[in-house]
Design a protein around this ligand. Sequence first.
Ligand SMILES: [Zn+2]
Length: 1051
Amino acid sequence: MRGPPTSGAPPVSGAQSYSQFGQGETQNGPPPMGAPPQRPPVSQTYTPGAVNLSGPQPPFSQQFGAPPVSMQQMTNQMASMQVGSTAPSPAGPGYAPPVSQPPFSTAQVPPGPTQSYGGPLPPTQPSFSRPLLPTSQPSTFPAGPPPTSTPSQLPGVMQPQPPVSQPSPYHSGPHPTSTGFPPQVGAPPRPPFAGMQGPPMAPQGPPLASQGPPMVQANHVPPTQPGMPPGPISASMSGPPPQPGMQGYPPQQNGEHQCFYWVCFFFCSWIKACQSFIGWYFFSTQIQVIEDDKANKGSEPFTTGVRGQAPPLVTTKFQVKDQGNASPRYIRCTAYNMPCNSDMAKQSQVPLAAVIKPLAPLPPDETPPYLVDHGESGPIRCNRCKAYMCPYMQFIEGGRRFQCGFCSCVTEVPPHYFQHLDHTGKRVDCYDRPELSMGSYEFMATVDYCKNNKIPQPPAFIFLIDVSYNAVKNGMVGIVCQELKTLLDYLPRENPDVESNIRVGFVTYNKVLHFYNVKASLAQPQMMVVSDVADMFVPLLDGFLVNVSESRVVIESLLDQIPEMFADTRETETVFGPVIQAGLEALKAADCAGKLFVFHSSLPIAEAPGKLKNREDKKLVGTDKEKSLFQPQVSFYNTLAKECVVQGCCVDLFLFPNQYVDVATLGVVPTSTGGSIYKYTYFQASSDQERFLNDLRRDVQKPMGFDAVMRVRTSTGIRATDFFGSFYMSNTTDVELAGLDCDKTVTVEFRHDDKLSEETGALMQCAVLYTSCSGQRRLRIHNMAVNCCSQLADLYRNCETDTVINFFAKYAYRSVLSSPIKNVRDSLVNQCAQILACYRKNCASPSSAGQLILPECMKLLPVYLNCVLKSDVLQPGADISLDDRAYLRQLVSTMDVSESHVFFYPRLLPLQKLDVESISLPVAVRDSEERLSRGGVYLLENGLNIFLWVGVNAQQELLQNIFGTPAFGQIDPNMTSLPALDNPFSKRLREIIESVRAQRSRYMKLMVVKQEDKLELIFKHFLVEDKSNNGGASYVDFLCHMHKEIRQLLS
Ligand SMILES: [Zn+2]
C-alpha cells in the first residue's frame, strides 16, 4: 500500500472565519463587478507611449564607432579610467583605489514623508490552525519500461549541440589572452595604466565575492534606516578628462573623454585586466546587495504600516506583519514613491507597476487573511467607485458616513455597520475589524456576486489522458493512472478534516475520445466512445462526474484497466481541440466551474477542430517573421479559450513531446484560463518520473480559486492601464481568471491620469472575486498605499529593481508577439539607459561625464537587464527549440518576483567548504565560469533546473562524501538523485537540495555536470555573467555598452 503523495502543496493560506463580525441587514447597493468605476474627469491626456519601449536610440547590436587610433591613446584612456565610488582623482601611478574613499555622496535629498497607516496590529487575533497536507515517502513505480539510455537533455531545453561560436556584438578584434587583473586583498588594486607595462597580475581571477576585500564594504552604502535618506550613489565608473601634459593624447570628437568602454574594447592587451576588474567590482556589489539585505532586513519582521517603505528583497527571508498594507508576498511594486505627475514619470522612464499574487501561500508563522462577513447585504463599498471597505476609508460626521480614499465620494454607513469614533476620528472598533486595520482580508460574497445570481456548485476536476502510441510507450499513461489512485484523496479542501467536495471525471483519447461512467453503483466502469470529434458532446451525464469516496472502487478499477486497454495501441494520431471541448461541455452540463488536467504527447494532426500542422521553421528566427512563431497558428483556440473563461473552465496542460508540438498554439487555452503548462521533453519514466509526479501532486493539491474576476482600483491620479499574466480580458478593467492558483501572479501597470499629491500618496485596491474549492463565493482584498514624490531623487531612492526586471521581462516577452525581437531588445536597452541617464542628470551631484553613476536601488539593473536580453526568448542559441522558447515565454508571464529573479540570475552555491553544522545556505557566488574552482563542487538552480557541477580536481574525500566514490571518472553523469550516504556532508547537501526545491513551485530535476563533460555546455548557458554561445554579451561588455548609451543621452 502506497503512502499519500509526497510533494507537499504549499501552505494553505485560506481565509479564516472571523466570527465576531455579525450579520446585519441594510442596503448598500448591489455590487456588480462588471460596472466600470466612474472616474473623475481626466485632466491630462494619457499617452500610451509614456513608458517607452521603442525609442530612437541606436540599436543595441550595432557596430560601434571608430576605435581610438593608437595604443598610446588607449594607454591614456586607461590612465584616466577610474572605477569605484570615489570622485574623480588625477590619473597617474599610485592614484588611490576606490576602496579607501568614502561613498560618493551626491543628491542626498531628504526622504519623502512617511505616514503611518492602520496603526498597530489588532490586539487579539484568533489562533489559526493550518490544515496539514499529506506527506509521505516517494513512491516507486514498477510500471513504465526502463529506458535503455538516458538522453542528456536539459529539462525544457533541447539536446545540447556543439557550441556555435558567434562573434560577440561587442568584440571586433581577437579575444584577449592576457590574464585577469585581480584586486589584491589588502592592497589597493592598481589600474592598468602604468605605461605599457602591465600591473602585476596573478593568473587566477579576482577574489570570491563572498570573501571580497574590505574595499567592497567600503563602497557599500549603509542600509536605509526608516526616516533616513539612503545613500543614493552606489558606484561610479569614471573616465575623468584627459590629463593635460599626457603625451600623444588625440583630440576627442566631442571634446569629452571616451568612457573606458573603448578601453575595454580595443586595448587588447589590457581588455581582460580591465574587464576582470570591473567585473570584480560590480559583481562583488551584486552579491553584496543580497547579503546586506539579508543581514539588515532579515532579522526584524517587516511591518506594512509605513507607507512608501520598500520591503526586503525576495532573496531575504523575513516575516511580515500586516499593519494596513498588503504583504509583499501579495504585492510588490516597482516604485514605492510614485512621481506626482506624468511628466516626471515620463522623464524618469521608471515603470510604475505592481506584481500581484492574490492567493500567495504564506509561511506558517504568518496569519492568513481573515474572512469578514458583512451579512446579507454584502461587503460595504463606496457608492461611486465601488471600492471595498478598507483602512483608507475616512469616517466622518461622528461615524455616520465615510469618505472614500479612492474617489473622495461620501457614502452613508449602513445602520448595522455604524460605530462611534474616538477622539482621533478613528472608529473605536477599528482594530477589531480586519477591513479597517489590515492590508489583506476576505469578504464573504453574497448571491449578488454569483453567476446568474445562483450559489455556485462545487467545482470539478476532469482528467483527460492521451493514450496514443507515444504516450503509452514512454510510460506516461501508466504513471498517471497509478498516481491518480492515491492523489484523488488529496484534492484541495479548506478543512483538512472534511472530504473535498470536488467531483472528478475521466476521459482518454487518441483521435477519438473515450468517456467513462464511474458511477458508484456500477460493478465495473463503462466506456463510451465518441468518434465524431467535429461536434463534441458528452455522451453521459449521470456517472461522469463523481465523488471520489463514493466511487472509489470503480475509479480504481478504471485506473487499473486504462494502461492495459491501450498497451498495444498502434494509434499515433491525436486530437486536442475536441479534448478541451469535451471537458468544457462536461462542466457546462454539470453547471459548475473546474479544472481540466490534460496529459498530451504530440502535435494534433488528426482531422478535427483545432487540427495543427508542423510549422516549425528555424529559418524565421532573427527575421521580422519570427514573431509569427509565438502566435497561435489557428484562431480556433482563442475562441475556445473565451468559452472556457465564461464557464470557469481552467486548463492545465502536461506535455510529453518527442518533437515539435506547437506549444505556442496548444498553450493558448491554458494561458488564457489561468492554467499552467508543464513540459517534459523526451519523457522517460526512469529519469523524469520524479519530476513529473511532484509537479502533478502539487498541481492537483494546491489551493486555488475558480471562476475568478480581478479588479484593481486606484486613487485619483493614477489608473491601471495594462495587465500581464495568464488570464482573459473582455473589457479594459476586469481580469478574468477561469482558475487562479496560489502560484499565479498578475502584473499591473499604472499610468497617471492626473496629478498625485504627496500628502495622500497613491492607493490601490486589488479585489479578486472567486469561488473557493468548497464552492463558497468570496472576495479577497489587497490594499496597497505608496508615497508620491515631487523630487526624482525620492523616486530613485525607493525602487525595487527585481520588480522592475519582472515587469520588463513580461513586457518584452509579450512584445515579441507583435514586434521584431531586435526592436524589443533595443527598446529595453533604451528605456534602461533613459532611467539611468535621468538619474545621472537630475539626482547625482556634478561629476565627470565619464562616470557611470547608478542609484543605490538600481545598481543591479544593468546586470539583471543583460540576463533578460540574453535569455532564450530574446536571444536564442542554435540549440533551443521553438517550442521551448514559446514555453518559457508563457512561463515567465505568470512568475512572481522571486521566481523571475532566480530564473534570470540563477543561484550558484559553492559547496566545497560547506559548513555541515550550519542551517543556512552557503553564500552564493557570481554566475561566472571564473568563479568555479577546479577543485570545487557547486550547486546551480534557476527555479526550473538544478545542477551539481563537479570540478575535475575535486578532492577524493569530497567525492567520496557526495557520491560514494573517490574517483571523478566513476561519477555517473546520468544520476538524478544523490546516493543517501551516511556522512554529515552527504546529509547536509541533500538537505540543501531539498530546501532549494521546496522554495520553487516546480520540481527541479537534479543533473550532475562533470567539468569538461559534454553536459557542461548546458550548464555554462546559466553562467549569465559570461559571454554566451548565442552572442549574449558578458556583463562587463554590456555595462560598457550601457554606459555609452547613457553618455549619448546625456550629451
Ligand atoms: Zn470611491
